[in-house]
Design a protein around this ligand. Structure first.
Ligand code: PLP
Length: 373
């Protein structure tokens, strides 16, 4: 049987990782500024993370959700404290798409509506709120019949208000920072006005923090720069430092009813152990502060490079927009300089490194990039 060939792969086999560095099967070292689609938060093979997962594995507890799992309770308490959402509830799933699906379901159960507003160039996984993720017409996620999705330009509050006025919109879903769409940050005033407009019309506000959350932006959640409180927040990626886990943080306005949502693997023992170790390490290693500090340093230095049209980002979620396609620059960074980066569309290099990135790593990248361009 062949693998279903739907995404391109580099011909590199990774055999180990330490912190922000990965090694291929020939022993070649790479600086990882992409973290496997932003999933590596506390760093590759973080010793505490490895120890906790190994201990849990030794117990060989693999049991799904029909018996009590105290690790879920520990995780929800720790996540509530770390994020500032102690009064919210947590529903655990396995991925970002699943988190968004469940958030949309909860929203429509709550107000009985079926229309969703999302933003152009947004990406919410392969979900009902599927969105054309780039200007490439071939890259379109499937639209689920269940929801009627309207796409509006990011930061266009007038159009949002106009749509919400009719009173038939179930939810607005927005990324804390658009990732796949090119590291575009919603304006603070836009987010605040969006919150007000949703409240005024009984529309639920879903913040997709799958990529921008878990400290990546320099705050636990990127939307916290705007000081707003969404009705639902979705998380995944950095939550498990590579171990698949996702979740929905649910405002106390939602009442839980048996049968409303369900999952077989969501919140399993290993996933919870990974997620708890991540939260503990984020705190002990001061990684959110580090993301803020090194992110700002990196962006200040990158803004001095004249060939880059624009540097955008918060913390360690950074986009470098060029006038021309970046494919060649990215390939040279990878094959000549041994630095992994990501892309958004054709002209943007996307950096999503582990949050333990050091100044030495940042300088190594800046030097490599200058040489390449
Ligand atoms: N939401 C956002 C903002 C994402 O960036 C992604 C993945 O890139 C998803 C949702 C989907 O997450 P997953 O691939 O875990 O389903």
């Amino acid at each position: 049987m062949n693998l279903f060939d739907v995404y391109p792969l580099f011909n590199i086999e990774i055999s180990k990782g330490i912190g922000c560095h990965i090694y291929d099967n020939q022993g070649v070292e790479y600086l990882d500024l992409y973290g496997g689609h932003a999933v590596i938060s506390i760093g590759h093979s973080h010793p505490y993370f490895v120890q906790k997962l190994s201990q849990q594995l030794d117990k060989l507890v693999f049991y799904s959700n029909s018996v009590q799992n105290k690790l879920q309770i520990e995780l929800s308490e720790k996540l509530g404290k770390a994020s500032g959402y102690e009064d919210y509830s947590l529903f655990l799933v396995n991925s970002g798409a699943e988190a968004n699906e469940n958030a949309l379901k909860l929203a429509s159960f709550h107000n009985g509506r079926r229309k969703v507003i999302a933003f152009r160039k947004s990406f919410h996984g392969r979900t009902s709120a599927a969105v054309r993720v780039t200007d490439n017409p071939n890259i379109v996620a499937p639209i689920n019949e269940g929801f009627d999705v309207e796409f509006i330009e990011l930061n266009d509050i007038d159009s949002v208000r106009h749509s919400l006025q009719k009173g038939d919109v179930c939810a607005v879903i927005i990324e804390g920072i658009q990732g796949v769409g090119g590291i575009r940050i919603p304006e603070i005033q836009f987010l605040q006005a969006l919150r007000d407009a949703c409240t005024a019309t009984g529309t639920l506000l879903i913040l997709d923090e799958v990529q921008s959350g878990y400290g990546r932006s320099g705050k636990f959640f990127a939307h916290q720069y705007a000081g707003i409180r969404p009705d639902l927040i979705t998380v995944a990626k950095g939550m498990g430092n590579g171990f698949p886990i996702g979740g929905v943080l649910i405002n106390p306005i939602f009442e839980a009813v048996y049968g409303m949502l369900g999952t077989t693997f969501g919140g399993n023992h290993l996933a919870c152990t990974a997620a708890i170790a991540v939260l503990e390490s984020l705190k002990v290693d001061h990684l959110i502060e580090n993301a803020d500090k090194i992110g700002n340093y990196l962006m200040d230095e990158l803004r001095k490079i004249p060939q880059i049209k624009e540097v955008r980002g918060l913390g360690l979620m950074i986009g470098l927009e060029f006038e021309q396609p970046v494919k060649e620059i990215r390939n040279k960074l990878l094959f000549d300089k041994k630095i992994f980066t990501g892309v958004s569309g054709s002209n943007i290099i996307r950096l999503l490194p582990p949050l333990c990135l050091t100044k030495v790593d940042a300088d190594f990248f800046i030097l490599g990039l200058k040489e390449v361009i």
